[in-house]
Design a protein around this ligand. Structure first.
Ligand SMILES: [Zn+2]
Length: 249
């Protein structure tokens, strides 16, 4: 039977079928655990239980893939054990922890999300998790606290620092300053799709600056050609430009 244990500290990993202890091997950005990882549960199984497994089983799992799953995948397990599994699997891997906190928050467990980030901050690097915490505080409308946390950090602490700085400015009604921070985000870290998405969404759907949105989306889709949302928005921006009477002006 599964034992209850303290959440939000990395712990041993056990076979989700027979509870045997599993060996976890971590490389730079990939882990293996037991005979296979079952991303949909999520869990891992031992050699003996592997033939009993139905559904997807993978040999190893990249941290980036785990972070994406945490954000959007449906799990068979409840949210807390699902997030705890990834914590046991990767330890304090920043992207995975950030995804786990976002998932807890999205699933209506904000207190657990903050506790996870607090645990991570104690384990370092604190700056990264402080920015993640600020991002959750912004979602919760705790603008003052978010401001204090975010401004105690800097762009070197987090790949999306400028993005969150912009969202903070936006949340206090300073749209122009927000736009400037979001633009900085796309320049400083063009590899982070969230910066492009946020700025493009603002330009296209809120500011109504279709020409600027189209220009930005041309560049964004060149970097992320398979991103469905960015492609859709670019098509919409082009269509709106084609309809506009000042076309070619
Ligand atoms: Zn087993």
């Amino acid at each position: 039977m599964r034992r209850e244990r303290r959440q939000w500290q990395p712990g041993d990993l056990r076979c989700c079928s027979c509870d045997a202890n599993l060996v976890v091997t971590r490389q730079a950005d990939t882990v293996t655990a037991g005979a296979a990882i079952l991303p949909g549960v999520p869990g891992a199984v031992c050699e003996r239980c592997l033939p009993l497994v139905e559904g997807l089983a993978v040999q190893d799992l990249k941290a980036a893939a785990a972070a994406t799953m945490l954000c959007e995948a449906p799990f068979e397990a409840r949210t807390e054990p699902a997030v705890q599994f990834f914590l046991d699997l990767y330890g304090w891997q920043p992207d995975v922890i950030a995804g786990g906190a976002m998932r807890l928050h999205a699933d209506g467990r904000p207190a657990a999300a903050y506790r996870l980030l607090d645990g991570a901050m104690a384990a370092a690097p604190a700056g990264f998790y402080q920015v993640e915490r600020a991002a959750l505080l912004l979602l919760d409308g705790e603008t003052g606290k978010a401001h204090d946390q975010l401004l105690a950090t800097g762009p070197d602490d987090h790949p999306c620092w400028h993005l969150h700085r912009g969202t903070l400015a936006y949340s206090v009604g300073r749209a122009d300053a927000a736009c400037e921070h979001w633009r900085l985000q796309t320049e400083a870290r063009p590899d982070q799709v969230a910066g492009w998405q946020t700025l493009a969404y603002y330009l296209l759907f809120q500011a109504g600056d279709v020409a600027a949105a189209a220009d930005l989306l041309e560049r964004a889709t060149a970097l992320f050609p398979d991103h469905p949302e960015l492609g859709q928005w670019l098509a919409e921006a082009r269509a709106r430009l084609a309809d506009s009477p000042e076309r070619g002006a």
